[in-house]
Design a protein around this ligand. Structure first.
Ligand code: Z5A
Length: 208
């Protein structure tokens, strides 16, 4: 794999994205590479402030279009200030969620069209896409077990939405992965963290 690659993990809550981000970063650093790990929403002070607005707000929450604009604004700051400079200096960037989460959650779950979500992304972030998107797929029952063990009964304002919303999100991820098999690698996330990490490393083989 050459320097300056942009890799994103995607999938539902509890799929193991943060765990795999950490394991992949450790593996690439052990090869002597500079690696920047980051997450969305977040990654810069401005984007982290928007994260708090998106995930922590009490009351009725945001209208789906306002929510999509806030995710796009957070991403714009993140891309300009952190992701693009890191890639330009030859670092590998590993991002826990990126624009495909907006396509799945605000599109598949929230009802915006894919064209609308991608237009916000074009305006905010020049349409930047990862070189490789690792979609970690896990059964809802296993994800629920992991989240219950980690969080008990608490969920953020998006994670706590009804089952049908999360099913629509999963269906949209499935659609996107089928439509763009060159960029998406589908990873079975139901096994151990080590087995998933091995599959992630194998998928990296497709990066030049
Ligand atoms: N969102 C959006 O709507 N639009 C957007 O554009 C973006 C995001 C970018 C962000 O939540 C929310 O924002 C998210 C989508 C929405 N809401 N939902 N749903 P977040 O950042 O707080 O959380 P998350 O991204 O959904 O991830 P998560 O809940 O932290 O899960 P994860 O990162 O995929 O999993 P994990 O933290 O690695 O693992 C979860 C637990 O399972 C943990 O205790 C691990 O130790 C354990 N684990 C991990 N792997 C395994 C295996 N293999 N076996 C057993 N146990 C494991």
């Amino acid at each position: 794999m050459s320097a300056g690659k942009f890799i994103a993990f995607e999938g539902g809550e509890g799929a193991g994205k943060s765990t795999q981000t950490r394991l992949l970063a450790e593996a690439l650093r052990a090869q002597g590479r500079e690696v920047v790990t980051t997450r969305e929403p977040g990654g810069t002070p401005g984007a982290e402030a928007i994260r708090a607005l998106l995930l922590g707000m009490e009351g009725e929450g945001w209208h789906p279009r306002a929510e999509a604009l806030l995710f796009a604004a957070a991403r714009s700051d993140h891309v300009e200030r952190l992701i693009v400079p890191a890639i330009a200096r030859g670092a590998s960037v590993i991002c826990d969620r990126f624009v495909d989460s907006s396509r799945a959650y605000q599109g598949g779950g929230g009802g915006l069209s894919d064209v609308e979500v991608m237009e916000l992304h074009r305006i905010g972030s020049g349409g930047l896409l990862p070189d490789l998107t690792l979609l970690i797929e896990v059964s809802p029952a296993i994800a629920a077990q992991r989240l219950a063990a980690r969080d008990g009964d608490s969920a953020d304002r998006i994670g706590g939405r009804p089952e049908a919303f999360h099913a629509a999100v999963a269906a949209r991820f499935d659609l996107m992965a089928k439509a763009d098999p060159e960029r998406f690698a589908r990873i079975d996330g139901n096994g151990s963290a080590e087995a998933i990490h091995a599959a992630v490393l194998a998928a990296l083989g497709r990066l030049a």
